[in-house]
Design a protein around this ligand. Structure first.
Ligand code: PMP
Ligand code: GLU
Length: 408
């Protein structure tokens, strides 16, 4: 019998591994250990000045009351205009729902679409929270592995094979967290063709890393009118505008989905913070130069990290085309042992049995925080976030190199 006071729903939920590793690294730091945190994925830049100014103005202008549940009309208009300008996608402001981060937009969408027992197809590796959101909604995760040998891209054949008559939803993410992979227009065309054969399947496209890409030619799934009536586009200001703490994301969706999500949000969290919404409006309507400046910095760091990782024997590395993550395969280290001498203390010994063990070893003995591939449903990899300074990245990669060289 289950005597817990906590609901079975929440007991079944796993804690976010990205946030957990980041928390562990902060705890070690609090003990005075100089840990380099490459676990959590967030831009290390401050929010651009003109956006902060807009927030200060919002306070002075008394934007301090409850906001409309789906967001201020001016912000939704600015988002619709951005989607029209960048992708030629036609959305009425009524189809946009602003939420407390893309995370809430995603969980709203999953809760609004998935019934008990519905299958949800998720190409993996996938961001830690997707499968947990599906679990919360009572859905069944159908993960489709796409490893480094296929550049972490699911093929049309794999997608076709994963879809059954019980499939309700597919969750795509490009640029991908954790692999950095970006689907080309042709590759998306191939997936869309499969989806056209299965009109009962709804599609979530998480494009939160859209502006952090090094391809020069980003294609959004909102550019395919064939699936517009089934597409829930997710995006937000966290990554592009270095605004993770402001908690503003949005979905652009068919009207019935937008209405359903507004009803859900109206009973759970209400409209988002008034001040953060005015800041987000400034992000979408103001100069886009800071976005490009940060993108260039991420591209330089991507090149640096890839070069350094390639020098480490046993790491299998791809060249990520977007986001700020590297997802090397580490299977050659699984099964190895370590023995760490402590001056005046007892040596610590152990065996690396999994990617999670490797992450713990790198954290405790290499003092670099990363996240295990298994947290993204693809064991045998680790994720490094390169949203850190060049100096920190060079030092972290050197620590990783030494720690791995000490395994035997
Ligand atoms: N989707 C992906 C793939 C992410 O990596 C993140 C990062 N946290 C989010 C959604 C959520 O972003 P936020 O809630 O900060 O807008
Ligand atoms: N998306 C980031 C990451 O994957 C932030 C942490 C989170 O929200 O999970 O690290």
């Amino acid at each position: 019998m289950n005597h817990s006071r906590i609901s079975k729903r929440i007991q079944a939920l796993s804690a976010s591994q990205t946030l957990a590793m980041s928390q562990k690294s902060s705890e070690l730091r609090a003990k005075g250990i100089d840990v380099i945190n490459l676990s959590v994925g967030e831009p290390d830049f401050p929010t651009p000045e003109h956006i902060k100014e807009a927030a200060k103005r919002a306070i002075d202008e008394n934007y301090t009351h409850y906001t409309p549940v789906p967001g201020f009309m001016d912000l939704r208009k600015a988002i619709a205009e951005t989607l029209r300008r960048e992708h030629g996608a036609e959305y009425a402001p009524e189809q946009i729902v602003v939420s407390g981060g893309a995370k809430q937009s995603l969980s709203n969408a999953v809760l609004a679409l998935v019934n008990e027992g519905d299958e949800v197809v998720i190409p993996v590796p996938a961001w830690v929270s997707y499968v947990e959101m599906v679990k919360l909604a009572g859905g069944v995760n159908v993960t489709v592995p796409a490893g480094i040998d296929q550049d972490f891209k699911v093929t049309p054949q794999q997608l076709e094979a994963a879809i059954t008559e019980r499939t309700r939803l597919i969750m795509l993410c490009s640029p991908s967290n954790p692999s950095g992979t970006v689907y080309t227009r042709e590759e998306l065309c191939g997936l869309v063709k499969v989806l056209e054969r299965h009109p009962q399947v709804m599609i979530i496209s998480d494009e939160i890393y859209e502006h952090i890409n090094y391809t020069g030619a980003y294609t959004s799934l909102s550019e395919f009118p064939e699936i517009a009536d089934r597409l829930i586009l997710i995006n937000g200001v966290s990554k592009a505008y270095a605004m993770t703490g402001w908690r503003i994301g949005f979905m652009a969706a068919p009207l019935d989905v937008a209405k359903a999500v507004t009803k859900l949000q109206g009973q759970t969290t209400s409209g988002c913070c008034s001040i953060a919404q005015k800041a987000a409006e400034a992000a979408y309507t103001g100069s886009q130069q800071p976005v490009e400046d940060m993108r260039l910095a991420f591209e330089r760091r991507r090149n640096l990290v890839v070069d350094l990782a390639r020098e480490i024997p046993g790491l299998k590395v791809n060249v990520p085309a977007g986001a700020f993550y590297l997802f090397p395969e580490v299977t050659s280290y699984i099964g190895k042992r370590y023995r760490v001498e402590h001056p005046g203390g007892i040596p610590v010994e152990g065996i690396i049995e999994s990617d999670s063990d490797l992450c713990m070893y790198l954290l405790e003995h290499g003092h670099v925080a990363t996240v295990a591939g298994s947290a993204f449903c693809l064991p045998g990899y680790i994720r490094l976030s390169y949203a850190a300074s060049d100096e920190k990245l060079a030092e972290a990669m050197e620590r990783i190199r030494i720690a791995l060289a000490n395994l035997f």
